[in-house]
Design a protein around this ligand. Structure first.
Ligand SMILES: CC(C)(COP(=O)(O)OP(=O)(O)OC[C@H]1O[C@@H](n2cnc3c(N)ncnc32)[C@H](O)[C@@H]1OP(=O)(O)O)[C@@H](O)C(=O)NCCC(=O)NCCS
Length: 328
């Protein structure tokens, strides 16, 4: 491929230029995707500080003095059925519309996969939108050996959410709360080992563009709610993404969803990502007025025997790391 140079993000000295270029390419490629949080250089500053994100594995395609293709790779300890394995999470795979179908994304993914193998990763994970027939990204990932291990439905509820109910209460993100999330969700496949750094990045050091709070419902379901305003097509729009829904006893109720909605801004479009196998969550969301609006596939590429075995025998439910899909 002539006219293009592949480099890792670590090889780009001018960090300010890198963050600006990533933010504008991200806006151009994902700006029209419903439910994806808009990015600014401040958002990119926060996102690239994600614990485990490795700039030597993150890849960029350059032409002249422009960044026209990129992807991120984060190394994390992830549960896959019975084991915690080293996983290379790939996200924000993007190519400028004027430079597509020239093998840039494939070239960057080849380099990323080689780098993850070298770094000792057991597997790689990514999320992509599902369509019938499969769209370019899904075909690209399948061609590289990724296969779907869980479908994840995006449930949305337009405003308003007003209803007579007892709102969930905000709780401070203390270490005890973190442990409660670990106890309730840590046995699920896809769960990322929650150390101090990941907890602080997700729940405390959020970017200036939006807020992230932890809530507890009257029936003791814990959840995180991320709220902010997007400028979409010049029109301000309010969003609320609920994640890490963790009921005390396994089954979530519609009342818990209503209590969380009552705590969210009344003009926000509310979103929850629901693994297809989590039937009780899907029922609770539907009973609270949410509707499915698109599906993502969690795709795995096993790189070690341990990962192949655990992927083949998986029986545990799935946990969605929401930051790799909508960026919050
Ligand atoms: C998905 C995306 C990153 C692909 O980027 P890209 O650089 O065009 O990808 P590639 O060129 O490596 O491959 C894309 C297609 O071009 C084809 N292609 C590659 N080189 C080609 C060439 N020289 N001539 C013709 N086609 C070519 C590939 O075979 C592939 O097509 P296929 O799926 O039908 O096999 C890009 O379309 C994009 O940014 N989309 C919007 C953001 C997005 O959805 N990202 C994925 C999130 S999961």
């Amino acid at each position: 491929m002539t006219g293009y140079e592949f480099v890792s993000h670590a090889e780009i000295d001018n960090r300010e230029w890198l963050l600006e270029s990533l933010a504008s390419l991200n806006e151009l490629t994902f700006g029209h995707y419903d439910g994806v949080v808009a990015s600014s250089p401040a958002f990119m500053e926060w996102y690239t500080a994600r614990p485990g994100m490795d700039p030597t594995l993150c890849q960029a395609g350059l032409t002249g003095d422009s960044l026209v293709s990129s992807l991120f790779v984060t190394l994390a300890r992830m549960r896959l059925d019975k084991e915690l394995l080293v996983c290379g999470i790939v996200d924000t795979v993007m190519t400028h519309p004027d430079h597509r179908r020239r093998g840039l994304a494939r070239g960057l993914l080849d380099r990323a996969i080689a780098g993850m193998r070298e770094a000792g990763a057991d597997l790689s994970l990514l999320y992509t939108a599902v369509a019938d027939p499969p769209a370019v990204p899904q075909r690209l990932y399948e061609g590289l050996g990724y296969s779907t291990c869980e479908l994840v439905d995006r449930f949305v509820k337009p405003p308003p959410h007003a209803r007579e109910c007892e709102p969930a209460v905000r709780v401070m993100p203390h270490v005890e709360v973190r442990r409660e999330f670990e106890t309730r969700l840590g046995g699920r496949s896809g769960w990322l080992a929650l150390d101090d750094a990941l907890w602080a990045w997700r729940r405390i050091d959020h970017p200036s563009d939006y807020t992230v709070e932890v809530y507890r419902t009257p029936d003791d379901t814990l959840a995180a709610i991320c709220t902010g305003r997007l400028l979409s097509g010049g029109r301000p729009r309010s969003f609320a993404v609920m994640s890490d829904l963790a009921p005390r006893g396994g089954r979530i109720t519609a009342d818990a969803i209503w209590s969380l909605l009552c705590a969210a801004p009344d003009d926000a479009t509310a979103t929850v990502l629901c693994p297809r196998s989590d039937i009780s969550l899907a029922h609770a969301l539907e009973a609270a007025g949410y509707r499915a609006a698109g599906t993502e596939a969690a795709m795995l590429l096993p790189l070690s025997e341990a990962a192949k075995e655990q992927a083949a025998s998986r029986s545990s439910p799935w946990y969605v790391a929401v930051e790799s899909i909508v960026g919050v």
